[in-house]
Design a protein around this ligand. Sequence first.
Ligand code: XMP
Length: 508
Amino acid sequence: MQEKIIILDFGSQTTQLIGRRVRELNTYCEIVPYNKFPHDDPSVIGVILSGSPFSVYDEKAFKIDIETLRGRLPILGICYGAQLISWELGGNVEGAPSREYGRARLQTVNQNDPLMQGIEPGAQVWMSHGDTITALPAGFEIIASTDQVPVAAYRAAGDEKLWGVQFHPEVYHSECGMQLLRNFVVDICGSRCDWSAASFIETTVSQLRQQLGDDKVVLGLSGGVDSSVAAVLLNKAIGSNLTCIFVDHGMLRKNEFTDVMRDYEGLGLNVIGVDASAKFFSELAGVTDPERKRKIIGKGFIDVFDEEAHKVKDVKWLAQGTIYPDCIESLSITGTTIKSHHNVGGLPEKMNLRLCEPLRLLFKDEVRAVGRELGIPERLISRHPFPGPGLAVRILGDITPEKVSVLQEADHIFIQGLRDWGLYDKVWQAGVILLPVQSVGVMGDERTYERAVALRAVTSTDAMTADWAHLPYEFLAKVSNEIINKVRGVNRVCYDISSKPPSTIEWE
Ligand code: XMP
């Protein structure tokens, strides 16, 4: 049985980070809404209560009866989680006059406590709280303090395995955070630390064989890492019963369709490549509104995929590369809402097939680790994200095959340049945008009146926020020269220096 830690999500922005840290300790964990603890699951070895945007005094604060968990499993409360435990068991929590946010140092630490093993006074921790614990329940003990916060960490009386920390051990800035989480997960909960890419592959392949039997499965490949890893995993489990479909809507990067098809075939996948570019170009002709472009491409994609999938006899399942952050039930301040996500919106409903999502428990970095373990080439694993509608949302205004080919050439020079200069892996994603403006230039003795393009490169960790990448001037100069000299029809190159928010990564 796969042992696991349960993380109760009280709505903090860092809940997912707690999950990632526990996984980094080679321990499987699941994040569930605060009120959905799986009481009848015997594989749970410990529970962590996350932070929350609420104060325990808020009318709408998320609450649980901590007595239902006490004494059964080791418990660790983080920030609000620590305040809630203390408050429910008779301690006191008070609003501080101002929020404490940022770095602090532990002044005193009880190093005899199992949670604090190996953590020295002076260690930096990250604080982010409005309320503070001012009195602990009877018998509870302080095990760490800072100069601002006397109760930075506490434990319950006697041998009870219950702890709370006011700071956020899951955040990178908490230097002793990983040590503290290791103490909890490994020493206190007794994790065997046997969660790894190899163990995931072994268990998942045998589960997929059981689940799918001799059934036929179709999967949409995009060239991206998630769908590629899902395909190779399924191929390992059910071989030729998996049919992959890769639709070329005509707005992929230069040579992408042929390059990626070659990689897929090299991986032994049974892939149908469909060149549907003529259909997409004709449906998009004259369309300038970004949302209409997206809708046309989304619907066109479903039509093509559906038609191809129906050529596969007796297909019963649709597989998708959905990953964990896409399907965690996230809490909104007004109540519990479920973020439902499908890589290809509308497809499962239309096709009336059962869904198979073998990566739905993995974080992105784990998907990459599984991909490497499966022997997928690095160029597929470490590819930048690329939007489903492709270059269509990077051509401002209407789309023509000629504009796509101008953009493909410019984009190719930029991306190849990033690779040659060792910059590709340093940015989250990059691309070129074809602008709907022309400007005057001079080439030789000739006046030119041609297109302008913008280069976009960003750094990010999750695409929710992003900063423009501070690429070297020499590199930008080289790329600009090369684009203007080699791409016919472009005589001006700009660099986009907007961050997200308030801008977005894509221009449309
Ligand atoms: P924005 O532009 O919203 O992009 O900052 C965030 C991330 O999402 C990608 N993106 C898309 N991906 N279909 C997709 O599959 C889309 O319509 C789409 N729009 C944006 C974008 O490339 C970035 O990684």
